[in-house]
Design a binder for this molecule. Structure first.
Ligand code: ADP
Ligand code: MG
Length: 373
């Protein structure tokens, strides 16, 4: 292979939205027969939204939780005030912890929790309307957004300290609540709770007592392809947050193109079976080729196992948790919309974050190598 012809290939790649680290990489794309796709942020939009909050007293859709949705007429006869109050409490506590996490799940929960503190319809800062619990925010805390102080973060009337993240499991922190009417400076007006948000198996390992109704809600949510996390405090599960991350509009077409190039696609995720299967179905990946509930340091094992079976593996990912797998794969492709760690670990970057560029890159390199020969 003459270096000049290969460099022409890399230049064309840049035009097509594919950044190639070096011309030698084109060579390894030729033999690739397997493509492992990370689910979250790669096949899906990576931007989740909270769909509903379930507590032992019931399930409340997010739309009915915003401060302007609390009018009795909107709640209907079958939705009790308690149901809404408990759901709001669960979301606010989860949001206070997740404000310190970068995970897509965390971003969705934080955004939803902030919306509780600031009704969509309100132009003035919260505290001036409806008489709602979340709007009676003590003046010294941050109303809508997140404020990073010397010792913590505040959302609404909650303040967060001692944040810890367990990769692939969840997050925890101490959340302080200021009781209405008392300032945070007055220690007598505070409740401090150790709040955990994450998947049930991790919460169980952390000694949290489960709740049968919540276990059922968690399973039901995952069965519909949604993602779900449990929020717990004072050692007990308090609520299930149901989230959904839609598949990117171009992903199904991209998977078809990869198949047309003779590659066998796999879906790899730390997420649960239900969400993984639903995403796979939506883009046309066989159920047998879905690997779910994979811990971050096990993603690399899946790639290595396929390589031991004699496969030549391309991996497409976007997250910090994909970096090792991207580096181990025969060809690592990072979403340009993903983390710097993933991009650095990869051979190729799909600038537009469009999975179709993965097929483009492989097609381009095969064509380039044909010209070279
Ligand atoms: P993926 O590979 O799909 O991006 P991760 O390995 O990042 O998944 O996360 C796996 C699982 O760990 C999530 O589905 C969730 O249950 C839990 N988890 C990770 N981070 C968080 C967080 N910040 N808040 C709640 N749950 C989390
Ligand atoms: Mg990811």
């Amino acid at each position: 292979a003459t270096p000049t012809a290969l460099l022409v290939g890399t230049g064309r790649g840049a035009q097509l939205g594919v950044l190639i680290k070096g011309p030698e990489i084109l060579e390894s794309t030729r033999r690739v027969d397997t493509v492992v796709l990370d689910k979250t942020g790669t096949v899906t939009q990576g931007a989740m939204a909270v769909e509903a909050v379930v507590t032992p007293s019931g399930r409340v859709p997010l739309d009915d939780l915003s401060a302007d949705g609390r009018a009795p007429a909107r709640r209907g006869a079958d939705r009790s005030g308690q149901e809404v109050e408990d759901a709001r409490d669960a979301l606010r506590h989860a949001g206070a912890v997740e404000a310190l996490s970068e995970h897509p799940i965390a971003r969705a929960i934080t955004a939803a929790a902030r919306e509780l503190a600031t009704p969509r319809t309100a132009s003035a800062p919260s505290g001036s309307d409806t008489g709602d619990a979340a709007s009676t925010v003590p003046p010294r805390t941050v109303g809508a957004g997140t404020g990073v102080g010397a010792d913590g973060v505040a959302i609404g009337s909650l303040q967060t300290f001692d944040f810890r993240s367990a990769p692939g499991g969840g997050v925890e922190a101490v959340v302080r609540t200021a009781h209405s009417g008392l300032s945070l400076a007055d220690g007598g007006g505070l409740t401090a709770r150790r709040v955990l948000v994450g998947q049930p198996s991790w919460l169980a390992r952390e000694g949290v007592a489960s709740d049968p109704a919540l276990d059922e809600a968690f399973g039901a949510a995952e069965a519909t392809g949604a993602s779900a996390v449990v929020v717990a405090w004072d050692g007990r599960a308090r609520g299930v947050l149901v989230l959904r991350d839609p598949v990117k509009p171009t992903s199904a077409e991209a998977v078809q193109e990869l198949k047309d190039l003779g590659l066998r696609p796999y879906l790899l995720t730390g997420d649960g079976e239900g969400a993984a299967r639903e995403a796979a179905r939506a883009v046309g990946i066989a159920e047998a080729d879905v690997v779910a509930r994979v811990l971050p340091d096990q993603k690399v094992d899946v790639v290595a196992r396929l390589q031991r079976e004699g496969r030549v593996v391309a991996m497409v990912g976007d997250g910090v948790n994909d970096a090792a797998a991207l580096a181990t794969a025969d060809l690592g492709l990072a979403m340009g919309t993903g983390t710097d760690v993933a991009i650095e670990a990869s051979d190729l970057t799909l600038v537009r974050g469009d999975l179709r560029s993965a097929a483009t890159a492989i097609r381009l390199s095969r064509r380039t190598l044909r010209i070279v020969k």
